[in-house]
Design a binder for this molecule. Structure first.
Ligand SMILES: *Cc1c(COP(=O)(O)O)cnc(C)c1O
Length: 227
């Protein structure tokens, strides 16, 4: 089978699965978005998808890789929304704000301060998701759930250039029950501070079914489409 067809069909398969899960869980399919994560995909693979299917947005975790891929002749004419999903270093905040539509990984007040300043300079609003940490692993970024209330309050009062649009979290490594229980916690805190118009981004290729069952409305899918 041609590579071209393969990737579009893999995407269709994810869509069909999402529809099926929504039906089973009485969720409105039109309110669930798929962020297609292209960080490991080649330009050619991305082109093969974007030339065949309309996608909600793409997710990238590195600035340099994003600029390289999306300014290339193959991809520069696609007007696809870009969401930043990696750890964001403050020295890259300005460029990321310029080149992305949403930052999914706001995880410190210092970053919020820098983004706020840059947003004012660029005369725009920095749309951000707060990244929640659902594991004890040191290497993983994000705020602990207990830190969320104070963080939201501070961002709202100190940084008018930032608009918080929801939460993103990566599942802990563990059993399905552990993943589900972590997602439930994220959903609870989401419901305290956000509305249905905002994004609760839980779920990747391996756990999006649980994420959708627990209320995610923005799943992030890479390997299920491109591998
Ligand atoms: C890489 C990545 C994904 C996609 O993961 P897959 O397992 O390939 O679907 C989703 N979210 C974040 C934050 C990522 O870094």
């Amino acid at each position: 089978m041609q590579e071209e067809t393969k990737i579009a069909l893999a995407y269709d398969k994810v869509l069909a699965k999402v529809k099926e899960i929504c039906l089973k869980n009485k969720r409105d399919f039109s309110k669930v978005n798929i962020l297609v994560v292209t960080k490991y995909a080649t330009k050619e693979q991305i082109w093969q998808l974007l030339s065949k299917r309309e996608v909600f947005a793409i997710g990238q975790s590195q600035l340099k890789d994003t600029l390289e891929k999306f300014s290339s002749p193959e991809l520069k004419d696609f007007k696809v929304k870009k969401f930043f999903i990696g750890h964001l270093q403050t020295n890259k905040a300005a460029k990321v704000l310029e080149n992305f539509d949403l930052i999914c990984s706001l995880d410190s007040l210092h970053l919020a301060e820098v983004l706020n300043k840059q947003a004012q300079k660029q005369n725009k609003t920095a749309l951000c998701l707060l990244q929640l940490k659902l594991t004890n692993r040191q290497t993983q970024g994000g705020l602990n759930i207990e830190e969320v209330p104070a963080f939201i309050k501070q961002v709202k009062t100190l940084y008018p250039g930032i608009k918080l649009k929801g939460l993103m979290a990566i599942a802990p490594q563990g059993s399905n029950e552990e993943i589900r229980s972590a997602f439930k916690k994220a959903k609870n805190i989401f419901d305290c501070y956000f509305t249905k118009e905002d994004y609760l981004s839980l779920g990747m290729s391996s756990d999006f079914e649980i994420a959708l069952e627990e209320g995610s409305n923005l799943i992030r899918i890479g390997s299920a489409v491109f591998d």
